[in-house]
Design a binder for this molecule. Structure first.
Ligand code: B12
Ligand code: SF4
Length: 446
């Protein structure tokens, strides 16, 4: 049996430079790896190839798959994925078309109502997809749990609620990067955990993965070293939502990676309050070169409303300490948060200017599928514009679809443009600053 697993390009990727870096679609790599021995899988990454939906659909059909599965993690790829699926249904009506991923999970009812959709897989899908293939091949009696199913023209939907996550992620087979057409290009991202213990109002991670689960340090380090040895990876980034949850795991990883720090750099994303000062020298010594921090606001008032346990002064101090150890922070902020006034935004701008990093990002608060802010916008004083379409909601690209109690959509957009000037100005000095950081890091390792 041949299964094509595909991810569409986002609507805005066609405006990016042709050689822009893209991150690998790790969800479908996990699925293709799990299906080994059951089916021959091929991954079609529209984000990397920038193929139009119809061209990618033609390429998929030319491979003559028995099943096609689309990964829809972001609202930004939904429209192009729908176009591909509709094209395929028209050309080859007999091929089952499946959907999965973050966005598809929270828009499952909408997808399954479409002519081009046979099944939607909810949440984590390694087990359910393997069971579905077993069921199709007569090796299993029942459909798996965690799917909405309505094959072909049958519009009666069979709903089987999702009921189980992997408790022990070490039991997942190690991802086989050879399943990508160009493995060396992709062997730079790993997922070491799923979920997050926090629940920010603009984020769907908690709803998607429920509780935080992490692979063991030995398992993760093993994968990192194998990417280095097999594909020459020199820099690895963790695609986890939040990397520091289990401190013991972090210490074990650092101990194991310190001997490799001269040839293997790594980075991750975490919340600022999880990054304790005494960890910073250890991280630098273990090869950490960059950390992404969702700071979100420079206003102490807003930070406390968001239950963040840090202040503007602590943010500045933490990023100073990282820079002292040659670690570049990427500091991400949000504008248009429901509690925010113009004065709070000014505080955010002041913080962005003051930080000792040249990687600052400014996103626009956006109510997305699966988040509390879209589930109950009125509870946060958010007034969504009439005709709001979650598929047109793109974080951080200048679109504002709502007013808050304090700011109108127009004001938020103007402030965002003002903030972009700071982002650009900082970016101009980035290369010189980062060369200095590299020298500092290597000086300390020597
Ligand atoms: C890595 C990542 C990225 C990478 C993209 C990598 C890539 N090519 O996929 C980068 C940094 C580029 C990125 C960008 C963006 N991201 Co992002 N990203 C993530 C992150 C942190 C991890 C994704 C991942 O690899 N997960 C690990 C794998 C194992 O899980 P998975 O992909 O979900 O797959 C599992 C299941 O979903 C399911 N499944 C998935 N696909 C399929 C397909 C089939 C057929 C089946 C059966 C099952 C199935 O099975 C898999 C195994 O269990 C997620 C959060 C998260 N934890 O999921 C956010 C997340 C997906 N991103 C998000 C957002 C908002 C964005 C941006 C819009 C941000 C921005 N300002 O631009 C952009 C959009 C990019 C685009 N292409 O349009 C949101 C999406 C919310 C939404 N409703 O749109 C998320 C959920 C973060 C959040 N919690 O809010 N992102
Ligand atoms: S934004 Fe980050 S800290 Fe907040 S719930 Fe999502 S993953 Fe967790």
């Amino acid at each position: 049996m041949k299964i094509a697993l595909a991810a569409a390009a986002s609507t805005y990727s066609f405006f990016q430079a042709p050689n822009a870096e893209t991150d690998p679609p790790l969800g479908i790599l996990h699925l293709a790896t799990a299906l080994k021995g059951r089916a021959e899988c091929r991954i079609f990454d529209g984000q990397l190839s920038r193929k139009t939906p119809e061209n990618l659909a033609r390429e998929i059909l030319a491979w003559q798959p028995d099943i096609i599965g689309f990964s829809v993690n972001f609202s930004t790829v939904a429209a192009n994925t729908r176009r591909m699926a509709a094209y395929i249904r028209n050309e080859a009506a007999e091929i089952p078309i499946l959907f999965g991923g973050n966005y598809a999970t929270f828009q499952a009812r909408d997808f399954i109502a479409q002519e081009y959709c046979d099944a939607v897989f909810l949440h984590e899908a390694e087990i359910s997809l393997c069971q579905y293939v077993d069921w199709l091949q007569g090796r299993r009696q029942d459909l798996p749990d965690g799917i909405l199913y309505a094959p072909g023209k049958q519009r009666e939907v069979e709903e089987r609620p999702f009921c189980g996550y992997y408790d022990d992620l070490d039991r997942l087979p190690p991802c086989d990067y050879d399943l990508f057409d160009d493995p060396a290009r992709y062997a730079k991202s790993i997922v070491s955990s799923r979920g997050c213990p926090y629940s920010c109002i603009y984020c769907s991670t908690r709803q998607m993965w429920k509780k935080w689960r992490g692979r063991s340090a030995a398992n993760v380090v093993g994968e990192m070293l194998s990417l280095h040895e097999k594909y020459g990876a020199e820099q690895i980034y963790f695609s986890d939502d939040i990397f520091i949850v289990n401190k013991k795991r972090l210490h074990e990883m650092c101990r194991a990676l310190t001997p490799h720090a001269g040839h293997l750099k790594w980075g991750f994303s975490t919340r600022l309050e999880t990054l304790h000062d005494d960890m910073i020298p250890m991280l630098a010594g273990a090869g950490v070169s960059g950390i992404f921090l969702g700071i979100e606001s420079g206003s102490d008032r807003v930070l406390s409303q968001m239950a963040r346990r840090y202040s503007q002064a602590q943010v500045i101090d933490k990023i100073d300490r990282l820079a002292d150890h040659g670690i570049t922070a990427s500091a991400s902020f949000i504008i248009g948060l429901p509690y925010e006034t113009r004065e709070d935004v000014e505080q955010t701008f002041a913080t962005m200017r003051r930080l000792r990093t040249h990687r600052v990002l400014l996103n626009i608060f956006t109510p997305l599928s699966g988040t509390d802010s879209l589930g109950a916008p009125e509870a946060f004083g958010i007034e969504l514009h009439e005709g709001f379409d979650p598929e047109r909601a793109v974080v951080g690209h200048g679109y504002v679809h709502f007013n808050t109690r304090h700011l109108s959509a127009r004001e938020i957009r103007h402030l965002w443009l003002e903030g972009q000037a700071i982002v650009l100005e900082k970016g101009r000095q980035r290369n010189a600053f980062e060369t200095e950081m590299e020298k500092k890091r290597y000086g300390m390792l020597a």
